[in-house]
Design a binder for this molecule. Sequence first.
Ligand code: IFM
Length: 465
Amino acid sequence: MPKDRLDFPDNFIWGTSTGGHQVEGGNTYSDWWAWEQKGFIEDRTVSGRAMDYWNRHEEDHDLMAKLAYKGFRLGIEWARIEPQKDHFDREAIEHYRRMLQSLRQHGFKICLTLHHWVIPHWVAEQGDWLNPDTVSQFLRYVKFVIDELGDFPDYWVTLNEPMVPAVMGNLLGHFPPQRHSIWAFRTVSRSLLRAHAGAYQLIHTLHPLAPDNTQSKVGVAMAYPWIEAWNSRGLAGWYEHFAAFIARRLSSEGWDYTIQTGKPHWIHGGPAIAGIQNSYDYCGINYYTRASLKVDRRKRSQYWIDNSQAPEGVKITQMGWQIYPEGLYRTICSVWKRFGKPILITENGIADDTDKQRPCYIVEHLAQVHRALQEGIPILGYFHWSFLDNFEWREGFSKRFGLIAVQHNDPDLVRAPRRSAYLYSEIAQKNALTKEIVEEYAPEAMTTIFGVEETKHLKGSTYEQ
Ligand code: IFM
């Protein structure tokens, strides 16, 4: 008998996610800020005041509470806390303290990211993660944050998607500092591994207990795209399989192997890294899409591989990303098999300014989370990316991931909840995905989730673009 509802465990965290630089605004002492001024952002915007979360956090937290969300993942910025070398800014840290206090007063579970790609400008000037001093300087910043703000996080994220800037900034040249160098990639990724291991050990030494008096919980929010070869005929097909093999190792498998075994994977190379083995208390999964790698002889700078094609019939998002909910289930299963640690979905979401695709995207991905839970995999919560529309890196403000719409050029930066914000709110309140909710918000998902035909079809709620 098909079920009428998919129930989630008690205390499941229904949260939303953001990154400091992407919403705060005014992160002027950072490398990204400097890079944006040079005109590299595709829609010619700059992060500027972003969503002014820095000043409007109270209003935003009230809104989250009204929507009955239960958790929030936010980042803090090294460039704000240490804008100049050896100068720690008291005002900035007090400001962050007030933000976290407000989150606590609202009763949210707090997931705090220490590093989300952006570094202080002075660190970039000294050669970023290539400079042998950067890791110890990062750890000094981390120690300062633990001493000042260590009472707040229920979950610590040391690094967000470390392999993304390592690859995008050092191999493919799409992010600052725009290198194309295998040597730079390996050096940077090793520094990031050391930065994570050091931060993990520091948190456990200096702040062994979480707010609920259990052990502190530290992890990484790792990007896990589901990567496949396109499977062209002949030599091209062979190359696609080879590229997929490498891409999987570059994006997550090399990193995970190193954490699991303590031995640097060949993708990173180098000597053993102190404290790296088993340095996860939970596994953070950021999942969005499947990438099907196809040979394209014009894409020399991408090693002749195009990752933007979708097999026929597969829907894509405004980022050009494939919608592939099953990939979330498959990722959860493989991460669970690899580490055997509790899992937190630290990001999952879609760029969709019209909110036509998002409701279906949300419910179909949550159904896959539920599927994994049914198989006994401990999943602690789901943080939807993103709470607000935000600055989407190289794409600027044109790609809108928010449950809450905000026009970056609106002088008042009005917060306007999209329909999906209410959908997510109902799921959080019921702690379940029910037939009524799916029928109301995403009827086209009724068959895949409950095995029944949709009974009504709401205009403006479909995957079709
Ligand atoms: O906006 C980003 C975020 O900073 C990291 N994970 C992917 C998101 C969407 O591209």
